[in-house]
Ligand binder design. Structure first.
Ligand SMILES: [Zn+2]
Length: 631
């Protein structure tokens, strides 16, 4: 067994690599640059995690999303692999500690947001590390033609000069031909070995249906396919609405969005994972880290923002390779609605300026200050206070996030405040009776000397760290103390957190990034066009439309999408063509072109017949694309 496979078995308990993983690992180990284009679910992170564990030294992973980094770090830690993430909102002194750990503590993975590479002192520290690989996740962010362009990614190429001997591995799940070129150029990859897996998902039937009564249509689909389903909606309110409407129709449904408290998120997700409910209605916050193989249908009831997102979300269906459905329901008003939602709410430079200044006022950040300050943030509250339209404001903030000026983390955070309502003597008595609670309570008392006198804002992660417990354990103790009337305790949920990554410079900050704004806005318009094309083009196979968007122009009709089904020949014709094919294959193996030439039938009918014979396992297809009769 190869060493790579041993590592995979030891830490991940998998018996074999997925397609291309092994080749990518070999390339990286040989010291060459590589570019891996693997669809979501293709196991991208294994490609840099396994080779790193085979060598001495540490892997630098650059990743744009806080949640993504946290997810991966937690995953590695679970496997007893030492990893940390330097995300926004960590104070410089904490960061120095973490980097010390990396340098002297045998860490294997250091996750960094690209914005961190803009600080010279961090670069200086990284230079001291024994880096064996640099992995750039979501590499399409380096391209202005990508759907998530982040200017900070352009700085990554500087690392090439600093680490000329270290291999670079660029990874992405979606890149059009243009984006691909950009990635290689902008990351300064040197003759990278290109690995690309086809985007074709042969077991997924892409369906576009026009439906006036979408709920009725959903009901029909779910009844016909009583297996696990995901329904994607555009906003949080629809999550709750649709899920309760489905419940009233007798379906078992739950919902999920970024604004739910994490405990509720976990609970709802678990219900669905354990198949206590059939359906989860969710925003696009749902998906990362979800590993459920038997999802039968993924239904979108509004137009997605772009094909990249659609492909990714739809692709959560049928991971077990069984036939599955990706359904997009549309109604005539959708186009107008999508334009209103996506296009009319794109901010211009002036609006960006207003929002940036207002955010600083809102959080009382003075000119020249604000770097690394983290606040809990409620978008609705902010918009109501200043009378701003929510969506446009959200887009402006999201743009600032993309540019690295601030970080908007969608995870909800709990704001806790507490006060001890019994005397210190009574607390000591409590401690003698409950020695297990001692570490946490002492940490609280040492950290917040005034906690007997006034209600005090409480930092759960700090206390967890000081008492060497988990945040969950801390919250459990707080709830217990509250129940026993030892403390008064309030917890309030916040929508999101906002971290300022740079000092406030108003005009200068905004002018620097404004040049990207128009491009981004145009790109968003073009992306919506592509979505509308996917929906409205009635004369092309849906699978072909998606593949051609990702640059695969040579695909065949899939035979199972809504277009292909509508072209399905009468069963009488199909039967005779099938018989004809079998007769021909009895004499020799043939390609679809040979069959086309000798059967005198329409290409559509031929594909259907072949598809059916394959499904019924009457014929099989060889690696050289010829068909054989199965005996
Ligand atoms: Zn098709």
């Amino acid at each position: 067994m190869s060493e790579a496979l041993e590592i995979l078995k030891k830490y991940w308990k998998h018996d074999r690599f997925r397609p291309l993983q092994n080749d990518i690992i070999d390339t990286v180990l040989s010291g060459k640059d590589a570019f891996a284009l693997l669809p979501t679910g293709g196991g991208k992170s294994i490609c840099f995690q396994v080779p790193t564990l085979m060598n001495k030294g540490i892997c630098l992973v650059i990743s744009p999303l806080v949640a993504l980094m946290k997810d991966q770090v937690a995953n590695l830690q679970k496997r007893d692999i030492k990893a940390i993430a330097l995300t926004g909102g960590i104070k410089s002194n904490e960061m120095i500690d973490l980097l010390d750990n990396c340098e002297f503590g045998n860490y294997k993975f250091l996750y960094l947001s690209p914005e961190r590479l803009q600080s010279d002192w961090i670069i200086e520290r990284i230079k001291n590390l024994d880096i064996n690989l640099i992995a750039i996740d979501e590499a399409h962010c380096v391209s202005q033609w990508g759907h998530d362009f982040r200017p900070a990614y352009l700085k990554i190429s500087n690392l090439k000069t600093l680490f000329p001997k270290v291999p670079f591995l660029a990874l992405t799940a979606s890149a059009t031909a243009r984006v691909k070129e950009d990635i290689i150029k902008e990351l300064a990859l040197e003759n990278p070995v290109l690995y690309q897996q086809s985007f074709a998902r042969k077991n997924i039937a892409y369906m576009v249906f026009e439906a006036e009564d979408k709920l009725f249509k959903i009901g029909q689909i779910l009844k016909k396919n009583p297996q696990p389903s995901i329904i994607y909606v555009r906003n949080r309110k629809s999550c709750l609405d649709i899920s309760s409407q489905l419940q009233s129709l007798g379906f078992k449904a739950t919902y999920y969005h970024g604004g739910l408290p994490s405990r509720e998120k976990d609970k709802n997700m678990q219900l669905w994972m354990d198949e206590k409910v059939q359906v989860i209605v969710a925003t696009n916050a749902f998906g990362m880290g979800i590993d459920k193989a038997n999802v039968k249908t993924v239904i979108h009831i509004q137009l997605p923002e772009n094909i990249e997102n659609y492909y990714q979300e739809a692709g959560r269906a049928g991971r077990n390779e069984e036939k599955a459905f990706a359904v997009l329901l549309t109604s005539p008003s959708d186009t107008k609605q999508a334009e209103n939602q996506f296009i009319k709410n794109l901010p211009d430079k002036e609006y960006l300026n207003i929002i940036y200044r207002k955010l600083n006022t809102y959080f009382q950040i003075a000119y020249g200050e604000g770097i690394d300050e983290k606040f809990s943030f409620n978008l609705n509250h902010f918009c109501v206070k200043y009378n701003y339209p929510v969506l446009k404001t959200y887009n402006a903030i999201q743009f600032l996030d993309q540019q690295g000026i601030l970080t908007l983390a969608q995870e909800s955070s709990q704001k806790i405040s507490l006060q001890f309502i019994i005397s210190s003597k009574e607390v000591l008595r409590y401690l003698s009776l409950n020695p297990n609670d001692e570490e946490i309570i002492l940490a609280i008392l040492r950290t917040y000397p005034g906690v007997y006198e006034i209600e005090t804002a409480f930092n759960c992660s700090l206390i967890a760290k000081k008492s060497k417990k988990t945040e969950k354990q801390v919250v459990t103790i707080l709830e217990k103390l509250h129940e026993k009337q030892v403390i008064d305790y309030h917890s309030k949920n916040n929508d999101a957190s906002l971290t300022f990554n740079e000092i406030r410079e108003d005009e200068r900050t905004i002018s620097r990034v404004a040049k990207y704004l128009e491009k981004q806005n145009n790109l968003k318009k073009a992306q919506l066009e592509s979505v509308l094309h996917y929906v409205k083009e009635d004369n092309i196979c849906k699978s072909k439309l998606i593949l051609s968007y990702f640059g695969e122009k040579e695909a065949d009709n899939c035979g199972i999408c809504s277009y292909c089904i509508s072209k399905k020949p009468k069963s009488k014709d199909l039967k005779s063509v099938s018989q004809n094919i079998k007769d021909l294959l009895r004499n020799q193996d043939l390609t679809s072109r040979d069959l086309q030439n000798s059967t005198n039938t329409s290409p559509d009918t031929l594909i259907f017949a072949l598809q059916e014979l394959l499904t019924n396992e009457e014929i099989q297809i060889q690696p050289n694309n010829t068909y054989t009769l199965k005996l």
